[in-house]
Design a protein around this ligand. Structure first.
Ligand SMILES: [Zn+2]
Length: 472
């Protein structure tokens, strides 16, 4: 029995899929006008855990994620300039080139963090027809009106509009939008289709004039296309609750007379030294920065998993260092436990392992499932892996088998760990470094460490002396 915290009810609820053992998940994806930083990636690691755990529990998961490559203004509300066009101007590229560049950066970051690729990664610009069709439906049902700025959703037609965010709308939204479109009936009414923006590069013909879709409509249109107008789980950052998801719910109500997702899951943010990640503060860190500094991106995955998705994470380089050490130790343990003969890696289905394991080790798998079933308590599941490693009553082969089984959810690529021979050159460098250290020639010792790093290796000083390791 899996329980998930549903923002709709502000409670943990038992997850009941719409169709037996199938789960349709839609995650709000990136706006590809800039690099996706570790604050963005933190959320995708958490949703990757959700997807992996549902699969581990025997669900057939269909994971859909959008890519916003049009019409998303610099504020979530209908104000500001188009982010894509701003990016294009900044880098002297076309909007198409900007999209391509940053989709690439996003996918690279996902791969480095071992986030599974969504089954469908859909771009807003490739679904203009679906968005227009959906807006037509909303208009036919009487939920829209035209202003000079475009076609606007009439929130007064949906009495439940404020319910999802549970916030005082007047306080929340008054201000920016009124200036943008004084014809709006309510300041929090939002644009479904934007017209009369001659400077805007990306424009399409529509029944309401040449223009482009409002941001919120793409998620409703694409989730309905790929998952149906009723599906299991919708995810996003908590910042999406008051505007973006509130508007998605309103649009779906307008078009289908009901809202789309049974469960709405929201992640808390990653902060850096207790400050929000933002370009204006200049504290952006990218996944590839970890590699440049000699860390494994998987150390960041490890760090992200030490925090619960609804708690968020305060990132610091010190905490990353600790996670890198923990991950290295985990890899060492897995190497140590690796059976000398070709191991029989458990194959996919949960349950099979349970039948084969003997005695008290069943408890570990049961606990692992219990923790994750409790609103994805990955930090506890990760801590359990360490209890298992330290448990002297469990045989090493069994530890190995269970760790590889847990790794289907945790995602540290434990099955790919190989015991590796250290090249002679590296051993020599390590020896030289050790000599410098003994002579307290710290700078020279550090230079050697740097040189090793360039060759893809690292050195760790342990109680048993220095150990040379390949950078993960
Ligand atoms: Zn969305």
């Amino acid at each position: 029995m899996i329980k998930l915290y549903n923002t709709l009810s502000r409670k943990k609820e038992i997850f009941k899929p719409l169709k037996d053992k199938k789960a349709g998940i839609y995650s709000c994806g990136p706006t590809v006008y800039w690099n996706q930083h570790i604050g963005n990636m933190y959320a995708y690691i958490q949703w990757d855990i959700l997807v992996r755990f549902l699969k581990y529990s025997g669900y057939k998961v269909n994971w859909v994620m959008n890519i916003t490559d049009v019409g998303h203004l610099t504020s979530d509300e209908d104000a500001g300039e188009d982010k894509m066009e701003k990016g294009a101007r900044r880098e002297k590229l076309s909007v198409q080139e900007i999209a391509k560049k940053y989709i690439g950066q996003f996918i690279e970051s996902m791969d480095l963090l071992n986030i599974r690729r969504p089954d469908t990664l859909c771009r807003a610009t490739e679904h203009i027809k679906e968005q227009i069709d959906l807006i037509k439906k909303i208009e036919e049902k009487g939920f829209a009106y035209q202003t000079k700025t475009g076609l606007v959703f009439d929130t007064s037609k949906f009495s439940g509009y404020a319910k999802f965010s549970r916030l005082n709308l007047k306080k929340q939204h008054a201000g920016s939008r009124v200036e943008i479109d004084p014809e709006k009936k309510q300041p929090w009414d939002f644009l479904l289709w934007v017209t009369n923006q001659p400077k805007h590069i990306m424009q399409w013909d529509s029944p309401w004039g040449k223009g482009f879709p409002g941001w919120h409509i793409e998620c409703t249109a694409m989730s309905a296309k790929y998952l149906g107008n009723r599906f299991d789980i919708h995810t996003g950052g908590k910042e999406h609750i008051p505007v973006h998801h509130t508007n998605e719910i309103a649009q779906a109500y307008g078009a289908f007379g009901k809202q789309t997702a049974n469960f709405w899951l929201h992640n808390e943010w990653l902060m850096i030294d207790k400050v929000k990640v933002s370009k204006s503060l200049g504290n952006i860190i990218l996944t590839t920065d970890f590699i440049k500094k000699g860390y494994s991106p998987l150390a960041f995955r490890y760090l992200a998993i030490t925090s619960h998705y609804r708690q968020g994470l305060n990132f610091s380089w010190k905490s990353l260092e600790a996670s890198q050490n923990a991950l290295n130790n985990l890899f060492e343990k897995v190497k140590e436990f690796t059976p000398t003969q070709t191991p029989t890696v458990p194959s996919g289905q949960v349950g099979r392992g349970l039948d084969r394991s003997a005695g008290g080790t069943n408890d570990y798998q049961k606990k692992f499932i219990d923790y994750l079933s409790d609103d994805l308590n990955a930090p506890k599941a990760l801590a359990l892996a360490w209890s298992l490693i330290k448990d002297e009553k469990v045989a090493t082969e069994e530890k190995y088998r269970l760790l590889l089984d847990f790794d289907k959810v945790l995602g540290f690529n434990l099955a790919k760990i190989e015991t590796e021979k250290i090249p002679v050159e590296l051993s020599r460098l390590a020896e030289q470094r050790q000599k410098y250290r003994e002579q307290k020639e710290w700078r020279k010792a550090d230079e050697i460490r740097e040189e090793m790093k360039k060759l893809g290796w690292t050195i760790e000083d342990t109680d048993e002396g220095p150990k040379v390791k390949r950078l993960q």
